[in-house]
Design a protein around this ligand. Structure first.
Ligand SMILES: O=C(O)C(=O)Cc1ccccc1
Length: 265
């Protein structure tokens, strides 16, 4: 649908909250992980919002799905500091909780708090904070809770028992918005590149970035799933693919795949 923005749902996920921050409530479509990537690839949604990296775990479980897309355009990034809420059915007290539901990445992000405050509760993985909140809302006994954004308590019949869990600069998630058209240069842009090389050529390839005056900001290694000594690297550099040193460099290196250029945040 024209203008629609798909996000990793259901409602009440962190990705939902990120989209509310970025776009407001209109045109947002909650989808499962597989639905989201298929809908984007098939052009059924205009944009897709996915968590790409976090300060706690590095690459999220969605990063590889993005770089596996045959055709992708990252049009924006959105780093957001997360503070988790602990959501439970009304009447549930902290001491009643025997199980907590959360996304596996969320469990990593709340780990210090959880190990300090509730070391003995059972941890149950969910597809997202929205799914976790939904499960708690549907549970018959008031002995479960979920970790996620506070907005979950507005969407489901839940209350927040604790807010601001592990909130701080150590807990930042960066979303990508996948779209259709490369944004124009702003003068302060970032470009995400996919570099597929063997161990034998990695060093010389990286040296060429420097020699061309292209500043590397960060590199994430992703397995090639082909051999042990070949890798795919998400290389993020300063600048815009259509401008200046980077444009010239990319002309010379057609083997590099541009995933997107977008304003730096
Ligand atoms: O689980 C969610 O709600 C998501 O949207 C995925 C996620 C999980 C943990 C941190 C950021 C995003």
């Amino acid at each position: 649908v024209a203008g629609s923005i798909g996000y990793l749902g259901p409602a009440g996920s962190w990705t939902h909250q990120a989209c509310l921050d970025l776009f407001g409530a209109r045109d947002l479509v909650p989808l499962s992980r597989d639905e989201l990537f298929t809908a984007y690839a098939d052009g059924k949604i205009e944009r897709a919002c996915v968590p790409a990296t976090t300060s706690a775990v590095g690459a999220t479980p969605y990063l590889d799905a993005v770089i596996d897309l045959p055709d992708v355009r990252i049009v924006a990034e959105y780093p957001k500091m997360l503070g988790y809420s602990l959501l439970a059915k009304p009447g549930t007290k902290r001491g009643d909780i025997v199980a907590v539901h959360a996304h596996p990445v969320a469990f990593e992000e709340v780990r210090p708090w959880l190990e300090r405050e509730m070391p003995r509760v059972r941890r149950i993985d969910a597809a997202s904070a929205g799914a976790a909140a939904q499960t708690v809302a549907r549970s018959v006994t008031p002995d479960a809770a979920s970790f996620g954004p506070k907005v979950g308590a507005d969407i489901y019949p839940l209350v927040s028992l604790v807010d601001g869990i592990e909130e701080g600069p150590h807990n930042v998630t960066r979303w990508w918005v996948l779209g259709r058209q490369m944004p124009a240069p702003t003068g302060d842009d970032k470009t995400s590149l996919l570099v597929a090389v063997s161990d034998a050529t990695l060093s010389s390839t990286l040296a060429e970035f420097g020699a061309a005056g292209v500043r590397i900001l960060t590199i994430y290694e992703r397995p090639s799933k082909k051999t042990l000594d070949t890798h795919r690297y998400l290389v993020e550099v300063e600048g815009h693919a259509k401008q200046g040193a980077l444009a010239a460099f990319l002309e010379e290196h057609r083997e590099l795949r541009v995933l997107g250029s977008y304003p730096r945040r």
